[in-house]
Design a protein around this ligand. Structure first.
Ligand code: VG1
Ligand code: CO
Length: 579
């Protein structure tokens, strides 16, 4: 093949957000748009991670992925990479990509040094929806800010990109295709999307004990992939390895438009599962399953449900951490430490304190956990946004979280499967609250609001922080029975491993009784702005942990909406999504 240099001009809008570059498909389809970003990324890497290197390219299978894979493969050959690895049909979940970078050995003994993950995660897909791309590093984790900043700088000055005149590669058939260039050979290896990941899961969990749980007539199970890439793993793991019935899988055929849905595993968008679990409005006669779970488009997020019961993601990571050593063989030697993102509730903090574990609070986005894990400081971590994971890889991991919960259920029911009453998801959560107290928690998302108005709202909240007296006057004017604001700031993080500093990571109002209000602008949207409001209140008294969370939090919600003048700025009387 021949390599050519193609002239191009910069686009001004290629700044990666919380998790890569996410835009409408029509933006990505502009001539040279994807090429500019890919070349800017190659130019931001060290030469040994480009020339002669092995690159993984795959994603959640959304619309435009197959075109993107062809473009990137040709550019990889043009930039002197030695080989590209592609999951069959271009499918690899985000956690599977991380596992492949870390664990997979190619047919010729090669190892990958990075990946382009093609996904916009929980955002809808299709010709009029979102596409996304993100680069992951040698450790299997998202590129840190130092690299994403460099990529962005490069996109502002790019003049040319390199590409090779290869024919389109067949990504449907497993196997290696070799091409001969003037500077040497270039291979494309298409491999099974699931096997490396399945192997890793089997090395972490006790599949035999989960199999026993799933085969017990007392236990019923349901998993919804929302037509995302999780479906490519669900059948292999839950049905073939663990013996679940095929009828327990919902929407497990990956589709490039996610069946027209919003592949976000929450109570609003995972409608079918929510109804099946007895949480919807429909009063179905059928008894809901004991356990239900869903994952997002790229299968790194998870939602955990019990029968007519929702587990908040903040509680989920705390409960996994509290039970990991006993229930999951991978952790049997103990946890190195735990971490959560700033807006995630402090449920994990209480577990860390009780179990005397190292604890870290990082900004939103999985990239911040990677350094801690690489340094051996953190085993289990999570985010309130339905992200949970561990140091087995460097991404959050939806199916891992489901297997972690199944492990805990299997462990708690070891003696009960023959006779005795099943310990349910709800029991596990209630017992946890009884031991550690409960963090009432809710998140309000105002999606696609006017970007200017959102900025103004945030600026006002920052300005207000300079006078706590004024803040408390406003607070008591709205609601006399909430405690006082004792501290207000913008969250700033100093990475304990490399010393790097990330500023402006969310506006916090901290109350005397431990309650918190947090405001952030989303960094994953593709249109307008999304305001996220996080509300939390701690209740230690075990007789008071059973309230409805929206009721319990109503006073704080009123304070948050008043303090931020939410309706005045956004024109919205209600959020788009409440979690
Ligand atoms: C959101 C979540 C954040 C998560 C990120 C990527 O970011 O809040 O916790 O890490 O999505 O998840 P933001 O900036 O929109 O709040 V995924 O599954 O979209 O890769
Ligand atoms: Co995702």
């Amino acid at each position: 093949f021949n390599v050519s240099r193609v002239e191009t001009t910069p686009f001004g809008d290629q700044k990666p957000g919380t998790s890569g570059l996410r835009k409408k498909v029509k933006v990505f389809k502009q001539p040279n748009y994807l090429q500019n970003f890919v070349q800017s990324t190659f130019n931001a890497l060290t030469p040994q991670n480009v020339r002669g290197a092995t690159l993984v390219v795959s994603g959640d299978g959304r619309y435009f992925s197959t075109d993107a894979i062809q473009i990137i493969t040709k550019m990889a050959a043009g930039n002197g990479l030695r080989r590209v690895w592609v999951g069959q049909n271009g499918l690899l979940s985000t956690p599977a990509v991380s596992a492949v970078i870390r664990e997979r050995v190619g047919v010729d003994g090669s190892k990958a040094t990075g990946a382009f993950i093609l996904t916009a995660s929980h955002n809808p897909g299709g010709p009029n929806e979102d596409f996304g791309i993100k680069y992951n590093m040698e450790n299997g984790g998202p590129a840190p800010e130092g690299i994403t900043d460099k990529i962005y700088e490069n996109t502002k000055t790019i003049k040319e990109y390199l590409t090779a005149d290869l024919p389109d590669v067949d990504i449907t058939a497993i196997g290696v295709t070799s091409y001969c260039g003037s500077e040497g050979q270039f291979d494309v290896e298409v491999f099974d999307s699931a096997s490396d990941y399945v192997k890793l899961m089997k090395s972490i969990f006790d599949f035999e004990s989960i199999r026993k749980l799933l085969s017990s007539p007392k236990f019923t199970f349901c998993y919804d992939a929302l037509h995302g890439v999780g479906g490519a793993y669900a059948k292999r793991i839950f049905v073939e390895e663990l013996g679940a019935q095929e009828s327990s899988l919902l929407n497990c055929v990956p589709k490039e438009d996610f069946g027209g849905g919003h592949p976000d595993p929450n109570l609003t968008y995972a409608k079918e599962l929510v109804a099946r679990m007895g949480l919807g409005k429909s009063n179905s006669e059928v008894e809901p399953p004991e356990f239900g779970a869903a994952s997002d488009g790229d299968a790194d997020r998870n939602m955990i449900l019990g029968k007519r019961f929702f587990v908040t993601p903040s509680d989920s990571v705390a409960i996994i951490a509290a039970n990991a050593v006993e229930a999951i063989p991978y952790f049997s030697a103990g946890l190195k430490g735990v971490a959560r993102s700033m807006p995630t509730s402090a449920a994990l903090d209480v577990v860390a304190k009780n179990l005397n574990l190292k604890f870290f609070e990082v900004p939103t986005g999985w990239k911040f956990f990677g350094n801690l894990m690489d340094a051996g400081l953190c085993s289990v971590c999570g985010e309130e946004s339905f992200g949970t994971g561990s140091d087995h890889i460097r991404e959050k991991d939806g199916i891992w979280a489901v297997l972690a919960w199944l492990s805990i259920l299997a462990c708690k029911n070891r003696e009960n499967l023959g006779g005795g009453k099943l310990v349910t998801v709800e029991d596990i959560v209630h017992n946890h609250w009884a031991t550690y107290g409960r963090h009432y928690y809710t998140r309000y998302d105002y999606e696609n609001v006017d970007a200017g108005a959102a900025k103004e709202l945030m600026a006002c909240l920052v300005k207000l922080q300079s006078s706590l007296t004024e803040v408390n006057e406003i607070v008591s004017g709205i609601q006399s029975d909430v405690s006082k604001v004792v501290h207000a700031d913008e969250f700033e993080y100093k990475d304990p491993v490399d010393g790097s500093i990330s500023k402006h990571q969310g506006i916090r109002y901290l109350f005397e009784d431990g309650s918190r209000l947090v405001f952030r602008l989303s960094g994953t949207g593709s249109e307008g702005a999304t305001i996220r409001l996080y509300i939390e209140q701690y209740e230690k008294d075990p007789s008071k942990t059973g309230r409805d969370s929206q009721d319990a939090l109503a006073p704080l919600v009123a304070v948050a909406l008043g303090l931020s003048k939410m309706q005045e700025f956004t024109g919205r009387s209600a959020p788009t999504v409440i979690t």
